[in-house]
Design a binder for this molecule. Structure first.
Ligand code: PHE
Length: 455
């Protein structure tokens, strides 16, 4: 049998997985969600979901991936042949396509901002000008689509150059630099006038803001940001070596990912309040806020240029991982050469991405359940498919996998201790699936319906 390619080093494993997790989800989606969901109360729910749901599901995905050494759908065919469990994999592969459908559009926006920063046209504008320019740009036809297609082409190129050279090498350099620049921006932002109002919005919870939709959004954000629930981490961990410490990797990735989101919050909200921007602005929040911060820095154009390059690269390490889920599936399950599988995936996502970009402009009137195509893709994936996938992953491993096998894999055959194995397995088996199920029922209004019967 051909040996499956693996990541080359421990640091490579961590960085590639962090690269998959850290992306637009942390820097673009997290502040936008926090803003529309009432601030600090959302943060608490998000962090709660990261700990109670995200971490156990991540570890469980690592188990499945390294144990089966297959793509997201193939893994279930190996571990539970002839059963319906492979639906988890199909849910994941479909989620990858759908996420790419809107993610590539936002990734394309970052390229526009790189060019604007380089040409100095972000200089000397007012907060209102930044906002109108963004909305003119994102609702236009040609430019956003052009950038989106260019971004898809970049992703395609890395995917066809293979696992070790492409994914690992890129992540190794980019992630640490991104961290550094975020810290510099934090310092600038918290020293802006009226920064306290932003920090209080971010950290001082108003519990009356919590309702079923805020809870669902917090849970969705946790899954989206950690890239769990759709087999991405199954695919990545299938490339882990047998000596990779799965527990430590899961913990490190979770902590780093949450830290980047928090840093993004600390950069965005002081600036939002300082420049009088609405925190509920939605998907454009980051794009209309950050240029104001840069314009307050000496050598602003230079910083903004570096920042947008890094944001684009962080997005790239995530689009690579999403693309890889779909490509690995087509390549392995349809026995097609990798480059052809990748091409099919790229062309499909071009179609989705073009429609979702246009849905912010000329196709705005065409909605699905009242959402534009862009918002619809975001909603079904983050708030439904990923938590649903996560729930099934837990039920699958909780009911179908022998505890001894699970423990052996997670402890590298007993060579690394797992002190909290019982706690983990309790959370994975009972808490996570029940909690996710309850959030779904709550959002559907069913819990209200049932309790109202007893009043
Ligand atoms: N977690 C990535 C981000 O935060 C997005 C992603 C979701 C990547 C699901 C892979 C799978 O940007």
């Amino acid at each position: 049998m051909k040996k499956r390619v693996t990541f080359g080093s421990r640091i490579g494993v961590i960085l590639a997985t962090v690269g998959c997790a850290v992306g637009l989800g942390n820097i673009w989606r997290f502040p936008y969600m926090l803003g529309v969901n009432g601030g600090a109360a959302f943060l608490l729910i998000y962090i709660g979901c990261i700990i109670i749901l995200g971490l156990p599901v991540m570890l469980t995905e690592f188990f499945i991936g390294r144990h089966s050494r297959k793509n997201a759908a193939g893994a279930f065919k190996v571990m539970a042949p002839g059963t319906v469990w492979s639906v988890i994999g199909y849910n994941g592969v479909l989620a990858a396509f759908l996420i790419l459908g809107f993610y590539f559009v936002v990734a394309g926006w970052t390229l526009e901002y790189i060019v604007q920063a380089a040409s100095g046209s972000l200089n000397g504008k007012s907060a209102t000008e930044f906002a109108t320019e963004f909305s003119d740009f994102s609702s236009s036809v040609f430019r956003p689509i052009m950038w989106t297609v260019i971004f898809i082409a970049f992703t395609h190129f890395v995917i066809i150059s293979g696992v070790k050279n492409g994914i690992e090498r890129a992540s190794k350099v980019l992630m640490p630099v991104l961290f550094l620049i975020l810290i510099i921006l934090c310092v600038r932002s918290v020293t802006l006038p009226n920064a306290e109002a932003g920090l209080s919005f971010l950290f001082n919870p108003d519990f009356s803001k919590i309702n079923s939709s805020v809870i669902l959004s917090g849970m969705g954000q946790a899954f989206f940001s950690l890239s769990v629930g759709m087999g991405c981490l199954i695919t990545y961990s299938s490339y882990f070596g047998k000596e990779t410490n799965l527990q430590r990797t899961a913990l490190e990735v979770t902590v780093l990912d949450s830290l980047v989101a928090l840093l993004a919050g600390v950069i965005i909200f002081p600036a939002v309040f300082s420049f009088g921007i609405e925190p509920t602005a939605g998907p454009e929040l980051v794009f209309i806020t950050l240029p104001n911060v840069f314009s307050q820095l000496p050598f602003g154009s230079l910083w903004s240029f570096i920042f947008y390059v890094l944001l684009a690269l962080a997005a790239l390490t995530s689009t690579i991982s999403l693309h890889e889920v779909a490509t690995a599936y087509v390549h392995e399950e349809y026995h097609m050469i990798r480059s052809r599988a990748a091409l099919i995936v790229s062309l499909d996502t071009v179609v989705f991405a073009v429609i979702s970009s246009l849905s912010l402009g000329i196709l705005k009137e065409y909605t699905i359940f009242g959402l534009t195509f862009f918002d619809f893709l975001d909603y079904v994936t983050a708030k439904i498919m990923l938590p649903f996938g996560g729930m099934l992953i837990c039920i699958f491993v909780g009911t179908r996998v022998d505890r001894k096998i699970l423990k052996a894999e997670l402890t590298n055959e007993g060579t690394v201790p797992f002190y909290f194995f019982n706690t983990y397995s309790f959370f994975m088996k009972y808490i996570a699936p029940v909690a996710i199920g309850l959030v779904f029922l709550n959002e559907l209004g069913l819990i209200n319906l049932i309790t109202s019967q007893f009043k």
